[in-house]
Ligand binder design. Sequence first.
Ligand code: SF4
Length: 222
Amino acid sequence: MSDVIYRVNEVFETIQGEGFYSGTPAVFIRMQGCDVGCPWCDTKHTWTVALDDERSLAEINQPSGDRQRWAQASADELLVLIQSYQAKHIVITGGEPCWYDLKPLTAKLHDQGYMCQLETSGTYDIQIDERSFVTVSPKINMRGKRDVLASAMQRANEVKHPVGRQSDIDALDALLVHCPTEAQIALQPISQQKRATDLCIQTCIDRNWRLSVQLHKYIGVL
Ligand code: SF4
């Protein structure tokens, strides 16, 4: 049995709304803790791991409603929660899930027939089972002053880049030299802004990349 303990904000089932697996039924595991400091972050309640916010495992097995909270869970305990849902696609997100060694959890899930997808900022080492699909959403020059790691870009199966303006695309270009050529590239307009969306659409057409539109925000699910 693995002795890695994860701090988890919530576990819930929904439709993956972003990137390559958009539209796929999925169980989301949202880890607590992040120090990257993106100003437009829509999960700021995951940033801090405060002792007062510890809850039971049963309590985090439902959407948090953006509450700052967490429960300790081992890989075995998370597997039991996941088995109560129908989806076979597991999205490990945050917060910054690469605060944790994800190998024990993802190896166990793959062995049980699940497909794991990681969503990470690329600013921490990625410790994950080799069968997992890694989505790096590189967070460049954020307030936490963490660099995007070349090793994270090299592990990416997909690069899903948040875009507000042209300089964001220029910054992405500088990172793509580290990526495998087969990695999928998707641009995601920040906060559904019209100008950003238009820029992403034109760039995707010009460069044969994909558009990621945060489908869940348009259809009104978590
Ligand atoms: S890396 Fe993710 S969770 Fe952390 S601040 Fe940025 S958007 Fe928020």
